[in-house]
Design a protein around this ligand. Structure first.
Ligand code: GDP
Ligand code: PGA
Ligand code: MN
Length: 613
């Protein structure tokens, strides 16, 4: 409970605030009274502030400053070994009614959950600074800017948020001027410091709560400092809360990259792609095409907001301003564009390994493995070590405007017309390299039944096949059946001739020898070329029971060393595999109960008939 002196303190914090926006001041005061920090600090978003906080994080042992000649103005952080990924089993959608959270979410009664959270947050910022971060997801000049305020007791979160979102004074001013609605997003690492306590480098709590109140549009996150749990503009706001806003306002908040592709004739197409975490979004967003004359530029690597535009088209915008990318596997040979952006510095690395000369390293960064490293847990590491040097979910956090291949359209406040959508996952079998949907509804069906083997991006077993609708399984902020229905409905708001075409892709299928059938990475440009040529009506396809798959000749394989057997393994549609897939989809759809849209259920009947014919 707040005592008298802390009440006076909260009043003072508000009196000294750089805003007179009452609604915000009320909330900040309420949080200060609950969490009882030592001080309240309003984040202005300046470089000077970023550098100062980084210096304090070095002092505290949270940050290691990297050598200027390795990665300029950059830092490495090492988390508590138990705080390395999103915690889906601790993530809740607390809608008023349980049925509105649906079977894909954890739910608790909102009043009960508020009680639990208030107990957890009471005094949780003792001995710490409470930072107030005004932020906007998307552009400040958008027709409908989406504001938030994150309160956190972690300076690591403040500096990471400065990379990932537009934050600071100009955002605060616009909120005040327009008396804007904002999402209150409260975060605490849950590690109060009492008199005489010494802090640790990565404070967190064994108990974690990542909680969303969709009707109230608020977020409460407790106990974790890790990206997806703590940078609340990202998954919590721009996906879970935004998906609810999008349902109510007639648009879509999706877990997608955005890529602009220009063909040798100079015609450009915008393609978005939904892949589950650690399944290749950042890599595809930053692709270096291996085919002559094709140019790729990026607009975003993780989150896409899709809105009906004025001319009956869908428009896409990336609400973020940085990358929070999986480090392992990001290398000079697989993803040079990401490496070039990272090399410019101004980045925060979490749970990577350190080289002896003050740089960073992770598995797959270079072909040559350093002879000695300090691993992410601070231990000596050599190539003989039995554990990886970098955590499999280690991350780089880098400003997107350091990307050489950034598309001009990234700066368009209201986005750009969308031409095609890819759905993809990690499947060793069954799913061909690329399949074109028969039509929009079949495309939604392909998204609804998307599946992938689980990865290290979330706590839990790795490599288990799970259904992940539109790669949104952990991020749909409401009932999953209603979400699919919303996809069906929202397409009615645009010109049917302008609907994007939908493709299912799988870079991860295995060949008969157990290796990857398709080389992936930059070579995926060959698949993108086929997609664009399909849009233009020039590429050949084979009609199969599951959709249209390229004929072996339709893929441009110039200069690629790929055996006929591998190509066949990548493209084949196997009847037995698909009978098993249909059975697995039936089990999946059964879980939706009555909330599965009839049109999507009907798609399964059609598939079943075609597969059994
Ligand atoms: P994101 O979390 O969806 O953004 O995924 P990333 O792009 O960071 O990739 C996650 C992991 O998948 C990394 O280890 C990549 O090296 C790997 N990956 C990405 N694209 C491909 C590909 O085309 N083929 C293969 N085999 N691996 C890939
Ligand atoms: P990702 O997102 O795993 O999709 O890259 C980051 C996170 O949620 O931690
Ligand atoms: Mn990514």
């Amino acid at each position: 409970m707040a005592n008298n002196s802390s009440l006076a303190f909260a009043d003072r914090a508000v009196a000294e605030a750089p805003t007179s926006y009452g609604k915000m001041l009320d909330w900040v005061k309420e949080v200060a009274e609950l969490t009882e920090p030592d001080s309240v600090y309003w984040v202005d978003g300046s470089q000077e502030e970023y550098d100062r906080l980084a210096g304090e994080l070095v002092q505290a042992g949270t940050f290691v400053k990297l050598a200027e000649d390795k990665v300029p103005n950059s830092y490495a952080a090492f988390s508590d070994p138990a705080d390395v990924a999103r915690v889906e089993d601790r993530t809740f959608i607390c809608s008023e009614k349980e049925e509105d959270a649906g079977f894909t979410n954890n739910w608790k009664d909102p009043a009960e959950m508020k009680g639990i959270l208030k107990d957890a947050f009471a005094g949780s910022m003792h001995g710490r600074t409470m930072y107030v971060i005004p932020f906007v997801m998307g552009h400040l000049d958008a027709d409908d800017p989406k504001f938030g305020v994150e309160i956190t007791d972690s300076a690591y979160v403040v500096n990471s948020m400065r990379i990932m979102a537009r934050i600071g004074t100009d955002v605060l001013q616009k909120m005040e001027e327009t008396e804007a609605f904002f999402v209150p997003a409260l975060h605490s690492v849950g590690a109060p410091l009492e008199e005489g306590d010494t802090d640790v480098a990565w404070p967190c709590n064994e108990t974690k709560w990542i909680v969303h109140f969709p009707e109230e549009r608020s977020i409460w996150s407790y106990g974790s400092g890790y990206g997806g749990n703590a940078l609340l503009g990202k998954k919590c706001y721009a996906l879970r809360i935004a998906s609810v806003m999008a349902r109510d306002e007639g648009w879509l908040a999706e877990h997608m990259l955005i890529l602009k592709l220009t063909n040798p004739e100079g015609k450009s197409y915008t393609i978005s792609g939904a892949f589950p975490s650690a399944c290749g979004k950042t890599n595809l967003a930053l692709i270096d095409p291996t085919i002559e004359g094709w140019k790729a530029e990026t607009l975003g690597d993780d989150i896409t907001w899709i809105r009906p535009g004025r001319d009956g088209e869908f428009r896409v915008v990336n609400p973020e301003s940085g990358y929070f990318g999986v480090a392992p596997g990001t290398g000079w040979s697989t993803n040079p564009n990401a490496m070039k952006a990272i090399a410019k510095g101004n980045s925060i690395f979490t749970n990577v390994a350190l080289t002896d000369d003050g740089g960073v390293w992770w598995e797959g960064m270079t072909d040559e493995v350093p002879a000695h490293l300090t691993d992410w847990r601070g231990n000596d590491w050599t190539p003989e070590s039995e554990t990886p040097a970098a955590h499999p979910n280690s991350r780089f956090c880098t400003p997107i405007d350091q990307t050489e291949m950034l598309a001009d359209e990234y700066h368009e406040p209201n986005g750009v017309k969308l031409d095609a959508i890819l759905f993809g996952g990690r499947r060793k079998t069954t799913i061909p390299l690329v399949t074109e949907s028969f039509d929009w509804e079949d495309g939604i069906f392909k998204g609804a039944t998307l599946s992938s083997e689980t990865t290290a991006a979330a706590v839990g077993a790795v490599g288990v096949v799970r259904r992940d609708p539109m790669a949104m399984l952990p991020f749909i902020g409401y009932d999953a059946g209603d979400y699919l229905e919303h996809w069906v409905k929202v397409s009615g708001e645009v010109d049917q001739s302008k609907l994007p075409r939908i493709y299912l892709v799988n870079w991860f299928r295995r060949n008969r020898d157990g290796g990857f059938a398709w080389p992936g990475f930059g070579e995926n440009s060959r698949v993108l070329k086929w997609v664009v040529e399909r849009l233009e009506g020039t590429a050949e396809a084979t009609e199969t029971p599951i959709g249209r798959v390229p004929t072996p000749e339709a893929l441009d394989l110039t200069g690629l060393d790929l055996s006929d057997a591998d190509l066949e393994d990548a493209l084949t549609v196997d009847a037995e595999e698909w009978k098993a897939e249909v059975a697995s989809i039936e089990e999946w759809f059964a879980r939706f109960g009555s909330s599965l849209p009839a049109s999507i259920a009907g798609q399964l009947d059609g598939l079943k008939q075609r597969v059994n014919a």
